[in-house]
Write a protein that binds this ligand. Structure first.
Ligand code: NAD
Ligand code: TYD
Length: 378
């Protein structure tokens, strides 16, 4: 395997930390640079097990800092960028859209322009280079819920839950027109367009992938699954938006990371791939599975925590249903999820319950001190 110098942005976040771990362990000959600003969502404790590996380096940097990133490209002779850094929480984007435009749009543009200038200055130009942008299915908008009771789905994968249902006839395909609704998805859509524009205009070798909702270890506990597991453990209310009828399509985070590895190495330049496991869940049904699983593991009687369910005012512009069709990725590159949802949720619940210190450090804010202690003087 050839030596490569790869920057992974957002590597201290949820998905990024799984991608960094996979690359550092799988490719000892690569030079893996985790570039992260360490916002509230960035946590170096997510990567304790790889921080001393010789092929891993952490760089604290804002993706909007064009000069610093251009310098890094030159110093490290970067030939691959896997871009995950973003503001990622829809509720925050509703309250503070400017931060989302700054990081997700201007930050992505800044990386693209620095990569363009550096790669175009080399004798071989764009040969062997890759700018891989990680995006979301939320850019496609919302699908209709024309089968609220659920129908037999046209597709299944290993990830599909037992008794898996589809809640509408339509799915997001790579050809689905962009129609983002939240400030988060609008900013992600804009960044996707910029990435494609750099291919179409300058010939930069880019790839974009759009993935469904991820779940698993190290997710920041403002998102549904870790928040609710932690609240059940602490007997705190579970704030269900609206009627809990919205549908999300859930994929185990390590299966996303494996797809990213495959697509980075074997995906076709300028292509888009949708990533998802055909695993639709109504929020309320998923919440009941989490309650059942946590109660069983903690030794509570069945149904013990159901009283924590608290219906609250709906999220503004709350998208009704997301469901990804990932047939292209499966057929063209042979990707398959590895974990069925029931196994994935069991693993995830156990991970959060077994790693209470990780969770408590976040909820108490201690993780911000970790960087200072680990990295001062380096
Ligand atoms: P996250 O919020 O857990 O992590 C984001 C990371 O980016 C953090 O480490 C944060 O410190 C860093 N960051 C934020 N602003 C930065 C800046 N200006 N400069 C440098 N670093 C910055 O997010 P996540 O859930 O891991 O999502 C990662 C990517 O995957 C995002 O681009 C997101 O849009 C996309 N995505 C997420 C999901 C999901 O379900 N979580 C699904 C599909 C796609
Ligand atoms: P979230 O994890 O924020 O992901 P996204 O909005 O990107 O899909 O939310 C998943 C679903 O759970 C979404 O339909 C909103 C809902 N939700 C709640 O009902 N209560 C909550 O406290 C949160 C955070 C989410």
């Amino acid at each position: 395997m050839a030596k490569r110098n790869i920057v992974i942005t957002g590597g201290a976040g949820f998905i990024g930390s799984h991608v960094v771990r996979l690359f550092v362990n799988k490719y000892p000959e690569y030079n893996i640079i985790n570039l992260d600003k360490l916002t509230y969502a960035g946590n170096l404790a997510n990567l304790k097990d790889v921080e001393d590996k010789p092929n891993y380096k952490f760089v604290k940097m804002d993706i909007c800092d064009f000069e610093a990133f251009y310098q890094l490209m030159q110093d490290e002779q970067i030939d691959g960028i896997i871009h995950l850094a973003a503001e990622s929480h829809v509720d925050r984007s509703i309250k503070d859209p400017f931060t989302f435009a700054r990081t997700n749009v201007m930050g992505t543009l800044s990386l693209l322009q620095a990569a363009k200038l550096y790669w175009e200055s080399l004798p071989e130009g764009y040969d062997g280079k890759r700018f891989y942008h990680i995006s979301t299915d939320e850019v496609y908008g919302a699908l209709t819920m024309n089968h609220p009771e659920g129908i037999e789905p046209p597709f299944k994968t290993v990830a599909s839950s037992e008794g898996h249902k589809a809640y509408g006839d339509d799915f997001f395909y790579e050809t689905t027109k962009y129609n983002p609704h939240s400030p988060y998805s609008a900013a992600k859509a804009s960044s996707d367009h910029f990435v494609r524009a750099y291919h179409d205009t300058y010939g930069m070798p880019t790839i974009v992938t759009n993935c469904s909702n991820n779940y698993g270890p190290y997710q920041f506990p403002e998102k549904l699954i870790p928040l609710f597991i932690n609240n059940i453990r602490n007997r705190k209310p579970l704030p269900v938006y609206g009627k809990g009828e919205n549908v999300r399509d859930w994929l185990y985070v390590e299966d996303h990371a494996r797809a990213i590895d495959l697509i980075f190495h074997e995906g076709k330049i300028a292509e888009t791939y949708n990533i998802g496991g055909f695993n639709e869940w109504k929020n309320i049904d998923l919440i009941k599975v989490m309650i059942k699983t946590v109660d069983r593991i903690l030794g509570n009687p069945e149904g013990h925590s159901l009283d924590l369910i608290t219906y609250v005012t709906d999220r503004l512009g709350h998208d009704a249903r997301y469901a990804i069709d990932s047939t292209k990725l499966q057929k063209e590159l042979g990707w398959e999820p590895s974990l069925q949802f029931e196994e994935g949720i069991e693993k995830t619940v156990r991970w959060y319950l077994d790693n209470q210190e990780w969770m408590d450090n976040i909820t108490s804010g201690d993780y911000e001190k970790y960087y200072e202690e680990m990295y001062k003087g380096r």
